[in-house]
Each structure stands twice: as structure tokens, then as C-alpha cells.
Design a protein around this ligand. Structure first.
Ligand code: AMP
Length: 121
């Protein structure tokens, strides 16, 4: 795993150096709109702590951070009104996972039928 780079774009959003379209926030977690939405609803949920990816978060985050992160994903799906129609959550991790921003994030995607789980290579 790469070490955490505090100049990544989500760290800059967390520091207020870059704007975001905020959906929701609590002590440990921030949710905002993806700048380049792949679906009618495309929200990113990130921990406020400096975690590179899911493995880093799983190993090093507190129970409170885990709990807040999990709840926030369901909360933003509720706010976006996609609970009944359904949605998908994705976290890209590392090189094979095609992770572009090296600060853990969950994509919450919905608002239309998404199709099969993974496109064929
Ligand atoms: P990933 O490939 O999983 O690392 O996804 C990174 C996501 O961050 C992409 O969906 C981008 O559209 C999104 N993104 C990049 N810059 C910003 C930004 N400034 N504000 C919101 N979303 C962004």
C-alpha cells in the first residue's frame, strides 16, 4: 500500500482548499457529489481521517470511524431517494482496482439501472 499523500484532492477538499457540493457530514465522515457523475446519482463518501484505502481503514480506523462511515453510506442513499429503486456502492483500491484518488472513498451510484456488476475486459 502506498503511504498517505496529504496533497491528494480529497485531502484538499477536507482542508477547505477546494470546494465540493456537500451532501452530508458528521464528525468522522464527509459526503459530496462526484465532479464527473457516472450516474444520475453519484455521491462520494470519505472518512475525514487520512486513510489511503479500505485496507488501511480496516486496519487503523477506530470503531467510531467505522460506524460513522457505514451509517453515512446508507444516510446519503436515503437523502438521494434511491433506497427503493436500488443503488450500487463501489470502492476502487490500488492499481488493479483503478483507484485514482488515494484517499479512501465509496462511490454511491444510482438513479437509473446500472447494469451488470463488472464490465468485461
Ligand atoms: P477513483 O477512481 O475510485 O479513485 O475515483 C475518483 C473519483 O473522484 C472520480 O469519480 C472523480 O470524478 C472524482 N473526483 C475527482 N476530483 C474531484 C473533485 N474535485 N470533486 C469531486 N469528485 C472528484
Amino acid at each position: 500500500m502506498m503511504s498517505y499523500d496529504p496533497s491528494n484532492i480529497f485531502a484538499r477538499i477536507l482542508r477547505g482548499e477546494l470546494p465540493c457540493k456537500k451532501i452530508a457530514e458528521d464528525d468522522h465522515t464527509l459526503a459530496f457529489e462526484d465532479i464527473s457523475p457516472q450516474m444520475p446519482v453519484h455521491i462520494l463518501v470519505i472518512p475525514k481521517g487520512n486513510y489511503v484505502d479500505w485496507s488501511d481503514f480496516a486496519s487503523n480506523a477506530s470503531q467510531e470511524e467505522h460506524s460513522a462511515f457505514t451509517k453515512m453510506i446508507g444516510h446519503v442513499a436515503n437523502l438521494a431517494g434511491i433506497n427503493d429503486s436500488g443503488y450500487r456502492i463501489i470502492s476502487n483500491i490500488g492499481n488493479d482496482g483503478h483507484q485514482e484518488v488515494r484517499h479512501l472513498h465509496i462511490h454511491v451510484l444510482g438513479g437509473a439501472a446500472i447494469g451488470p456488476m463488472v464490465s468485461q475486459r
